[in-house]
Structure formats: structure tokens, C-alpha cells
Design a protein around this ligand. Structure first.
Ligand SMILES: *Cc1c(COP(=O)(O)O)cnc(C)c1O
Length: 462
């Protein structure tokens, strides 16, 4: 498989080069040159596979022989052996017609582990094959940093530095990052906001001399390996549904921020998985809800919510979807993105909006409604939803029609967002792995929010 850019100005490259490039050199996003099409027989033959076996089949389609199959198998097996549940991503029945797909059984209790455990092992593989050190630099508002650190901690040939805004991530998120005591991990707690952290990262990546001296690599969700890893659980969840549920129209409801997770569902559908509707759940930062309902893509005012990992105004993966909406026409995507940059807004024509609405439905969940959903399901079903998952479940309740089956993606364990859940008087017992974090020493350095201050730290660390 080769990879091309949504803006058409990158010569086709292989899988490993695509992973290393991250953001495409022309400013676009990398996508596979074609989407593999699965026959009904193939789907049938996959339906009894374990999670890792299924992941190997799907990755094989996108990696081709660039990584020999036995080595790819080892990377996949190692990535999912760290999950606490034997099924890796189990499906639980919530109510008649509604299921939750639990994606939080990895090391940091959030769904990002599914992609970042694999990406960490891939970077380890590339480092061994090329005999070079991989330097990873990233910024986080919470979940990504912890997941990325867990994905590479202790791995030879990799060094990772993660910036987080000082005092502005949840307590559990901070502990998950900063209690890691491996020599290849550096946590910088930056005096500033998440936006400051992201700006510094962007500018350091744009500093060509600095970037090349250290071969800086990214871990953010525009990396195509993350999308591919996330397509696996759509297939796996579908196969886990009881026969009579599979016979109905099956929707997936996805708590959405950067559009990475739901784009993986779109890709699974394009490959041939019979998904009825992809339900796009947002919180009060609802730019994508407005896009699906009205065809207008325009950032609004930032709102802090109970689901902070979805507090995003400009969805970094959205361009990938535009590429397919416009029939893989890179010139059209380039024009739209230029217009967006110039005017801060894009409006799509009626025929395109009809195409969007054939695949997606959307619902934006208000803050109180999110907490209501948590308390209702806790009281009536005895299941504790985290605030992100609650957005997905609330959207499913709103939008699924009678007789349909909806799988709501559960993107985090409720223990990660106890501060919000406690607002409704619900007490929870932390899993022992999270409880243990409170006893551990923390390793982080508080630094000022200037590029020079960060550079000084990196030069010493790398
Ligand atoms: C990252 C994240 C999301 C949003 O996923 P995207 O791929 O950015 O749309 C939702 N929930 C949780 C808990 C997350 O960490």
C-alpha cells in the first residue's frame, strides 16, 4: 500500500515513511492510495477471530509486505497483551438496542491506548531496523500524553518529551504521566495553557534545523497509524453483537473531538462493514454537529466542558473526510482548506450535504445533559459512564430509530473524570492501578512557556 496526501503534492510513499512523516509535507493529511474492499466471505471468515488476529489481518492490508508478517504479528500481539480484558475491547449490553464498546482497558484507561500502544511498538521497530534514535515530541491536554508515554516507556531507541499545561490537567491524568520513572521519558509542566504548549510544539517542528538535527517525530492523532488501529474495533464490535442485533441496522455513536475516532469508523464502513449511521456526538463545542446538520464548517467560541478531551474547535482529522466527500479530488480539498484559512468558514453545497447526511447524524450534548445521562444510567441500569461516553450514549438515545441497534463507543474509564462524576453525588472506587498512582513519586519539571526554555530542556535530554 502506498500513501498520498489529501492535497496531492506528496509523491506516493510507503507505510513506514507515512508513519514517520506524520503531517504530510504539503500541509495535508496522508491517506491510503485506495481503500481495500472486503467481500462478504472475508467478513464472515474474520468474525471468529480474536482481537489481535483481526488487527493483524487489517494491518496486513495497509502495511503490505513492508513489515514481514511474523514481525507484524509480534508488534500487534505485544500491543494488545497489555490490555486488562481478554477481549481487549469488550461489548456490553446497556439497554434494549444499545450497547457500549469499552475501549478503556489499556494501560491509561482511555481509548487512545489502542492506537498508541501499537504506534509505540512501531516506532521501536523502526528504530531497530534503521539503527537510529527516535525523538518524540508532543503536547497534551491530558489523555494523549499519558497514552503516548505508556506506549514507549523503557523502549530502547526512543526518547519522548511531553508538554502539558501546569496544573491544568485532571489529577489522575497528571499522575499517569508524571509517576513514570523511565530514563527515556521527560515530562515538562509548562506555565501556560494547552494552546501555549501546542504553539511551542508547532514552532519547534517548523524550526527546520532543530527538527532535522533531532529527527523529531509526532504522536498526534493525524498519524495514519492511529486511524488504522482504530478501525479494528468497529469490526470486532460488530462481530461480537448477537446474531439478531447484527441482522438489524447497526449504528455506531462516537464521542468526537478531532474526528480521528469517527473517521476510523467511516473507513471501516468504506471497507465494507455494514454500518447504518455514524452518530457524531459532540459536547458544547459543536462545530461538527453544525457541519452535519447545516453544511457549515466554522469554529465557534471555545467552551470548557465536563468532557475536556472533546473540547476542540478545529478538528485535525476532518480534512481526511473532506477528501472522500469530494471524490478524492486533492485540488478541491486544497481550495476548500485555503478558503477556510482565509475566511474562517466553509459552506458545502446541497448535494454534498446530502452525502454527509447519508453517512452521519449528529447531536451536541449540553453540560447538564451530560451529567443527567451519567446519573440516569447509573440509577436505572447500574452502569457508570464517563462524561465523554455519556455524550455518545445521549446522542444514541436522541438519534437512533426504533428497531435499530446502536453501539456507543466508551472512550474513557469513569475513574479518569471523577471530579465531574462527583458533582452528581456518585462515589466510585478507583481501580487498583489508578489508586496506586497516589502513592508514587512524581517526575516532572516545571518550565516557563517560551520556545527557548523548552529547547534548552530538549537539548539536554535528547
Ligand atoms: C481523544 C478523546 C476523544 C475524542 O477522540 P477524537 O479521535 O479526537 O475524535 C473522546 N473521548 C476521550 C476520552 C478522548 O481521550
Amino acid at each position: 500500500m502506498e500513501y498520498i496526501s489529501t492535497r496531492g503534492q506528496v509523491a506516493p510513499i510507503g507505510f513506514i515513511d507515512a508513519i514517520l512523516m506524520g503531517l504530510a509535507n504539503d500541509g495535508g493529511l496522508l491517506v491510503p492510495k485506495y481503500i481495500p474492499q472486503l467481500s462478504a466471505d472475508t467478513l464472515q471468515s474474520w468474525s471468529k477471530l480474536s482481537y489481535s488476529e483481526l488487527a493483524l489481518e487489517i494491518f496486513s492490508l495497509y502495511v503490505n509486505n513492508e513489515i514481514p508478517r511474523d514481525e507484524l504479528k509480534k508488534l500487534v500481539d505485544d500491543s494488545y497483551a497489555t490490555f486488562r480484558d481478554e477481549a481487549v475491547t469488550p461489548v456490553k449490553r446497556l439497554t434494549e438496542g444499545t450497547y457500549v464498546l469499552e475501549l478503556f482497558h489499556g494501560p491509561t484507561f482511555a481509548f487512545k491506548d489502542i492506537a498508541l500502544q501499537f504506534l509505540g511498538n512501531l516506532y521501536g521497530y523502526v528504530s531497530r531496523k534503521t539503527n537510529s534514535i527516535i525523538h518524540i515530541l508532543g503536547a497534551t491536554s491530558g489523555d494523549t500524553g499519558a497514552s503516548a508515554i505508556e506506549g514507549v516507556r523503557g523502549k530502547e531507541g526512543i526518547r519522548i518529551c511531553i508538554l502539558h499545561p501546569h496544573g491544568k490537567v485532571s489529577q489522575v491524568q497528571e499522575l499517569q504521566m508524571t509517576t513514570v520513572n523511565d530514563a527515556n521519558v521527560l515530562n515538562l509542566s509548562v506555565e501556560g495553557t494547552f494552546d501555549d504548549c501546542q504553539r511551542i510544539i508547532k514552532e519547534l517542528f517548523a524550526d527546520v534545523e532543530f527538527k532535522h538535527r533531532y529527527h523529531l517525530r509526532a504522536i498526534n492523532s493525524i498519524n495514519i497509524a492511529r486511524i488504522l488501529a482504530q478501525t479494528v474495533y468497529y469490526f470486532y464490535a460488530y462481530f461480537q453483537l448477537p446474531q439478531e442485533a447484527q441482522a438489524a441496522k447497526v449504528n455506531f455513536s462516537v464521542p468526537t473531538g478531532n474526528f480521528g475516532d469517527i473517521f476510523a469508523g467511516y473507513l471501516a464502513q468504506k471497507m465494507g462493514l455494514p454500518i447504518n449511521k455514524l452518530i457524531l456526538a459532540t459536547n458544547e463545542n459543536n462545530i461538527l454537529e453544525r457541519f452535519v446538520k447545516e453544511g457549515v464548517y466554522q469554529p465557534g467560541e471555545f467552551r470548557g466542558t465536563y468532557s475536556p478531551s472533546m473540547d476542540i474547535q478545529v478538528a485535525s482529522n476532518f480534512e481526511r473526510y473532506l477528501f472522500y466527500l469530494y471524490g478524492e479530488d486533492a485540488a478541491a480539498v486544497t481550495a476548500i482548506m485555503a478558503q477556510f484559512k482565509a475566511e474562517g468558514r466553509v459552506v458545502i453545497p446541497a448535494d454534498k450535504l446530502a452525502a454527509v447526511q447519508a453517512d452521519f447524524a449528529a447531536y451536541g450534548v449540553q453540560n447538564e445533559e451530560c451529567l443527567d445521562t451519567i446519573s440516569d444510567y447509573h440509577a436505572q441500569v447500574g452502569y457508570l459512564l464517563d462524561p465523554h461516553t455519556a455524550c455518545g450514549v445521549a446522542a444514541a438515545d436522541k438519534l437512533a430509530s426504533a428497531g435499530e441497534v446502536t453501539v456507543a463507543l466508551s472512550t474513557a474509564h469513569p475513574a479518569k473524570f471523577d471530579e465531574s462524576i462527583r458533582l452528581r453525588g456518585i462515589a466510585q472506587t478507583y481501580p487498583e492501578q489508578i489508586q496506586a498512582l497516589f502513592e508514587k513519586p512524581q517526575f516532572q519539571k516545571v518550565v516557563g512557556g517560551s520556545n527557548e526554555a523548552i529547547k534548552d530542556e530538549l537539548v539536554t535530554f535528547f
